[in-house]
Design a protein around this ligand. Structure first.
Ligand code: PEP
Length: 248
């Protein structure tokens, strides 16, 4: 009943030329299937991406959004501006933004709301650090990250959202959560949302991110509550990303 979702987070990689080549490869070679695919290039390549992806099966997303609507916010990009470039999705709460740019749960909630208000679908990232996992407080940390958004946005805002479980220790490290480890957290996330609304929780796509590769995607995506993936490094290589999409 949930359509699988696979999104590529390109982060701050590539050039205009390599981004163009990657997009063309993806459009040319993505085979049809019952799953949704999106790519999230850097802001400056969104205009090119919009042109290449027009009429294709691949949706466009951004990696960040301002919590403000407009005004004197130098360097920021609003949700409305992203819609001007056909963005359907935006990543909020990525652990790199939390750790490197000091984005708190409160800021993430405001970004989530800015997206939802405008009709952009947030891809909300949550996840624990290695220390937190070792301390046995994974559920508590992720519960707090979710509650911060549920408290501000309300459960109805999750109708259009995707949640990405991204253990911080697995991002860009080559170390992947095992399917059982990931499934346990995904089930916990779903039951947390279900406590507020069963139907919304049942339809909510919860994807896994953290060193997903062509070789481990199938076993992760086969788990009951894993509805696809948010892919970093492997989304920069057309062949790997296409193979991951095929597994969903
Ligand atoms: C990410 O940054 O969202 C991510 C999942 O990265 P990687 O796949 O490279 O671990």
């Amino acid at each position: 009943m949930r359509q699988p979702f696979v999104a590529g987070n390109w982060k701050m990689n590539g050039s205009r030329e390599s981004a163009g080549r990657l997009l063309e490869d993806l459009v040319r070679n993505l085979s049809p299937g019952n799953r949704e695919v999106a790519v999230c290039p850097p802001f400056v390549y969104l205009a090119d991406a919009m042109r290449v992806l027009k009429g294709s099966e691949i949706a466009l997303g951004a990696q960040n959004v301002s919590e403000e609507e407009s005004g004197a916010f130098t360097g920021e990009v609003s949700a409305t501006m992203l819609q001007d470039f056909d963005c359907a999705y935006v990543i909020v709460g990525h652990s790199e933004r939390r750790a490197l740019y000091g984005e708190t749960d409160e800021v993430v909630a405001r970004k989530f709301m800015a997206a939802v208000r405008t009709g952009l679908r947030p891809i909300l990232c949550v996840g624990e650090t290695l220390e937190q996992r070792e301390e046995g407080i994974t559920d508590k940390i992720i519960g707090e990250q979710l509650d911060a958004i549920l408290g501000v946005a309300g459960v109805h805002a999750f109708k259009e959202a995707v949640v990405a479980y991204e253990p911080v220790w697995a991002i860009g490290t080559g170390q992947t959560a095992s399917p059982d480890q990931a499934q346990a957290v995904h089930a916990m996330i779903r039951s947390r949302v279900a406590a507020a609304d069963d139907t919304i929780a049942a339809g909510l796509r919860i994807v896994y991110g953290g060193s997903v590769k062509a070789t481990n995607a199938s076993e992760l995506f086969a788990m009951e509550d894993i509805d696809g993936g948010l892919i970093g490094g492997a989304s920069l290589d057309a062949e790997s990303f296409l193979s991951i999409c095929q597994s969903a």
